[in-house]
Design a protein around this ligand. Structure first.
Ligand code: SF4
Ligand code: SF4
Length: 139
């Protein structure tokens, strides 16, 4: 849907076409019809057409607002421990497919903690030492 709108008050005077500094407006006569065309790719959003239109037919308000519009909305993956936002589920899939590795949903902080836990689980020597020293202190 175009943000540049001309309403029913337009009488086809062509003032806007003649005064557009960016040549973003043109007209086309076909048979017994006159069309006015606007090209958003060329439009400089200067508002000149809107100011100059004697009929107040150009509805330029939406263009001048400069508001943010949502263009895409995707599922977000969060850290499974603290819930901080990480990346989109789609990006996760793309990377997992490329490197053939199942990515864990962990933020950098909890990734470190997780690696530390894995290291301790894989290291029985360290674990038994810790238990031994604990027994010693208890005695
Ligand atoms: S200046 Fe206004 S009335 Fe004239 S053609 Fe353009 S939009 Fe229509
Ligand atoms: S806003 Fe400016 S550049 Fe865009 S169509 Fe109107 S006069 Fe042309």
């Amino acid at each position: 849907m175009s943000l540049f709108k001309v309403n029913e008050k337009c009488n086809g005077c062509l003032s806007c076409v003649q005064n557009c500094p960016a040549s973003a407006l043109r007209y086309q006569d076909r048979g017994n019809q006159r069309k006015i065309l606007h090209n958003m790719g060329l439009c400089a959003r200067c508002g000149n057409c809107w100011r100059i239109c004697p009929q107040k037919a150009i509805e330029f308000g939406e263009l001048l607002k400069g508001q943010w519009e949502e263009v895409v909305n995707m599922e977000l993956v969060r850290c499974i421990v603290c819930g901080s936002p990480l990346y989109t589920a789609k990006l996760k899939n793309t990377i997992s497919e490329k490197v053939e590795y199942k990515m864990e949903s962990l933020c950098p902080e909890h990734r470190k903690t997780n690696l530390f836990n894995i290291w301790h689980r894989l290291s029985p020597k360290r674990e038994s030492k810790r238990v031994e020293s604990y027994d010693y202190r208890e005695a």
